[in-house]
Design a binder for this molecule. Structure first.
Ligand code: BGC
Length: 730
């Protein structure tokens, strides 16, 4: 790769030290945060960092938020360093900046990628106003094991859903013009395989077939790059024994060779340094060499490149061309966002001061939040509730709480904007005083007299709203759990409240799919509310009182028990499936069925949608064959048979009957949210092509194999009656 003449001339003037400077990123102003994450590696304080910037030894800073401080750092880089190369300012803006949107997993439940594009755009507007150019998002790890705490950060267990959200979030962060002041570079992460850490234990190893890697875990990254992402973050984990941050096959062979990626790769936080702890490098010098030559262009926070690349170049172990290649990639990205022409872009304190997140984005936060709430269960149509004439008791540790609204990975949320449950519900009720609010229990521990007070409130109420679930610290980085359940103190509260006989609506808070037990599982109604962010209370009220008819669907399967993990809908067929006709020698658990309590794709509405039979056609005529280069239209009639307006997530699944590698029992191929008035019906059609049936075959080719397929259009991953078609040979 060659840059334009101006940048090539700049490169030619750079000393080795200045080149290596462009290959490092260090934490800025929020030192306490960085220090918390990895104290021993956080050697540079803000003052020292400025000296390093002046000396041309730093190309990028992160967590340095605030236009005033950022402008000063940029001024030093541009005016006081020898070559005046502007800094790139990065941070983790994962699901909102000052306005916090639902955790990405929750937002994926909307099955509306365009919604994620809008919230990412809003996050970029707020973040760039505070001096950022670059976010370390979206997280694209497909997560099939709910014990892993970082499932909260991505789009769930499915690849087609993951691809759609990956592309949407990149488009949203970056906007249509990278040089615009409010465009923020996206960083698909963590490349690659990180979502499959063994046992759901964070930072653990990944053992994975090439086929699963290529068919399940890599596609969201490809989708993000196709949407225009210019940086990628290398992961902490090893894959089949090779750490991702030193994996030349992935970082160079695949990313550059096969996919033609032209941007730069940044390591995850000190991931190069960690090659020593992995036992993959004998010392830091070797770690530097392995990571850099494998294709990690920029080292995050460890300082290893600055410490060891000079010597590695001097000894000839790292050729200067490889250094130049890394520098070119970094400079090219800086140029792409207009930094050389406009180094103070996104660093205008007046823009920052004038930004009013509440006015700009509260309505979007509210809409995103209510579109993320999944109605798991609604026995006897308990919901929606009336706004008057019913005595309601809001019980549980999240009733008044304000510290568990955002969910994991929000560093800059403005808590003054947040609406908790109590405030949101009171504002919606005709008589706000009719709401009785009792904590009942702490998040992890019982409180004195808590259960007694809760039981008393439940007895007096017509309906209990039970606000329970995981505290936000239970999900996110390094928050793996062995038992993915509601904490014991809250379970005891739920059991005691349910024993009063008053109907219970569970308002579940969670950063992953949970295994629901006892009175929580058996409640009359359950709303999966994730961590919804700024508009939590308002959005929950919208759904509870029917101002919004829930339309979200599970992006992860809710198991019956923790011990089923990993449990995901598109698992491969076994030789002994659990069928009623087989004896006990089958793939089964002694204690429970081998299935989800609530499968991927599940979610109810306050209205009733009725599906007709699946019909297959080609060129307008009924068909049961998909020609090799043709298309097959798969259609269904959908009717709103209830009495309310509603939106249904119509899901297209296939099953490949025979494959050269064992195929999943079902695979999502497409989905669409369809809105219908009461009594209205419509035809929903999807177009299937051969490439949607392709997978990494036994020979290693990515191809579809001719033969028989089942196809469903269904409301979830277990429902519906299949039709069949044949993919004809070429
Ligand atoms: C996380 C990344 C994050 C980085 C910088 C790491 O610990 O794994 O997702 O972007 O820190 O904050």
């Amino acid at each position: 790769m060659r840059l334009d003449d101006r940048l090539e001339a700049l490169l030619a003037r750079m000393t080795l030290e200045e080149k290596i400077g462009q290959l490092g990123i260090f934490a800025d102003m929020l030192r306490p945060f960085a220090a918390d994450v990895n104290p021993e590696m956080n050697e540079l304080n803000a003052g020292e960092l400025r000296e390093q910037i002046r000396a041309g030894r730093v190309g990028a800073v992160f967590n340095g938020v605030g236009a005033v401080q950022g402008r000063e750092s940029q001024r030093i880089a541009v005016e006081e360093s020898r070559l005046g190369i502007p800094l790139l300012m990065g941070a983790d803006v994962i699901h909102g900046m000052r306005t916090v949107f639902p955790i990405p997993l929750g937002e994926a439940a909307s099955f509306e990628p365009e919604l994620a594009e809008r919230t990412a755009r809003a996050a970029a507007i707020e973040a760039t106003a505070s001096g950022l150019h670059w976010t370390f998002a979206p997280t694209l790890d497909i997560a099939r094991d709910q014990r892993w705490g970082r499932v909260a950060e991505a789009a769930g267990e499915d690849v087609v859903l993951g691809n759609a959200f990956a592309a949407a979030r990149v488009r949203g962060f970056q906007g249509s013009d990278l040089t615009a002041n409010d465009s923020m570079l996206a960083t698909p992460k963590h490349f690659a395989g990180y979502g499959a850490v063994m046992g759901g234990l964070d930072y653990n190893s990944v053992e994975m077939s090439e086929g699963t890697l290529r068919d399940v875990h890599l596609p969201p990254f490809k989708a993000a790059l196709d949407a225009g992402a210019l940086t990628v973050m290398s992961a902490f984990n090893d894959i089949n024994g090779v750490p991702a941050s030193a994996h030349d096959g992935l970082l160079t062979g695949l990313l550059r060779g096969e996919w033609g990626f032209k941007g730069f790769v940044v390591s995850d936080y000190t991931a190069d340094f960690e090659l020593v702890a992995h036992g993959f490098a004998g010392d830091e010098r070797e770690a530097t060499k392995l990571s850099f030559t494998a294709g990690v262009d920029m080292s995050m926070q460890s300082g290893l490149y600055a410490a060891h690349l000079p010597d590695l170049v001097a000894s000839g172990e790292v050729p200067m061309d490889v250094i130049d290649q890394g520098v070119r990639r970094v400079l090219a990205v800086k140029q792409a966002i207009g930094l050389f022409d406009n180094p103070y872009r996104s660093l205008d304190p007046e823009v920052e001061a004038a930004l009013d997140p509440q006015a700009l984005h509260f309505d979007l936060a509210r809409d995103a939040a209510r579109r993320s709430i999944v109605l798991l269960k609604n026995d006897d149509d308990l919901l929606p509730l009336r706004k008057s004439g019913q005595k309601l008791a809001l019980i549980g540790p999240y009733a008044r709480d304000r510290d568990n609204i955002e969910g994991c990975w929000t560093l800059f949320g403005d808590t003054r904007l947040h609406v908790n449950l109590e405030d949101g519900l009171r504002a919606a009720l005709e008589d706000g005083d009719a709401l009785d609010v009792v904590d009942g229990s702490g998040m992890e521990d019982a409180i004195d007299g808590g259960i007694d007070a809760a039981v008393e409130a439940a007895r007096k109420a017509d309906v209990v709203l039970l606000a329970i679930g995981e505290p936000q610290g239970y999900s996110g980085e390094a928050q793996s759990r062995t038992r993915i359940v509601v904490p014991a103190a809250q379970q005891a509260l739920a059991d005691a409240v349910a024993a009063t006989g008053t109907p219970v609506v569970v308002l579940l808070r969670h950063g992953r799919a949970l295994a629901l037990h006892g009175a929580v599982r058996d409640a009359q109604a359950i709303l999966a509310t994730w961590f919804l962010g700024t508009a939590t209370g308002t959005a929950v009220a919208d759904v509870l009182f029917g101002d919004y008819n829930p339309s979200a669907r599970l992006p992860v399967s809710f198991p019956r028990d923790s011990g089923q993990q990993p449990l995901y809908y598109n698992r491969q067929r076994t030789g002994r499936p659990e069928l009623p006709t087989m004896s006990e020698f089958k793939s089964r658990w002694r204690e429970m069925p081998h299935s989800a309590l609530y499968p991927f794709g599940h979610g109810l509405s306050y209205t009733r949608f009725v599906y007709g039979d699946v019909e297959l056609s080609s060129d307008g005529a009924s068909a049961d064959t998909l020609d090799w280069d043709g298309t097959l239209t798969v259609s269904v009639t959908l009717r709103n048979d209830g009495s309310r307006f509603g939106e249904e997530v119509v899901q297209l699944y296939i099953h490949d009957r025979v494959g050269s590698r064992v195929r999943p029992i079902r695979e999502l191929k497409d989905f669409r949210k369809v809105a219908l008035a009461p009594g209205e019906h419509t035809t929903v059609s999807f177009t299937l092509r051969r490439d949607q049936l392709a997978f990494t075959t036994r020979s290693g080719a990515f191809a579809a194999e001719p033969g028989l397929f089942d196809v469903w259009i269904a409301p979830d991953s277990e429902a519906g009656t299949a039709a069949q078609f044949t993919l004809a040979r070429a």
